[in-house]
Design a protein around this ligand. Sequence first.
Ligand code: C2G
Length: 142
Amino acid sequence: MSTQFKRVITYGTFDLLHYGHINLLRRARELGDYLVVALSTDEFNLQKGKKCYFSYEERKQLVEAVRYVDLVIPEQTWEQKATDVHELGISTFVMGDDWKGEFDFLREEGVEVVYLPRTPEISTTQIKTDLGLDRDAQQASE
Ligand code: C2G
């Protein structure tokens, strides 16, 4: 029986927060006692090639309101993960399995790395397309 207070972290944009995100956050929180979400800033999203509907502050407000989330910090670079896990005393790093294998290097930092199955059929891109919000996607499908 582990008595250690386990801190978990996950990273993402979480734009147009939907039930796929909530499923991820719930399962991540269930792996420990405390969940940190490193939320991609608007500037970092430009590096990721993502154009968000909601701003960082709006996405932060939404993610902070999720019962499974204890702390939201900014994700500003790809490289901050190894520092974050030490500074925040993280024991478990979680991502959806679309990232499977990408962050295994964190195991060298003594962190458990867990990839969870994505929730099928839902994505921010799908929502934008269904609502006709994503002209790029629309043009691509024409
Ligand atoms: N997710 C999921 N099921 C979905 C959609 C998303 O489980 N249907 C998960 C993703 O796998 C990810 C998290 O929800 O773990 C957040 O998704 P995004 O906001 O798309 O995150 P992403 O842009 O992949 O950012 O440094 C890592 C990046 O910041 C990850």
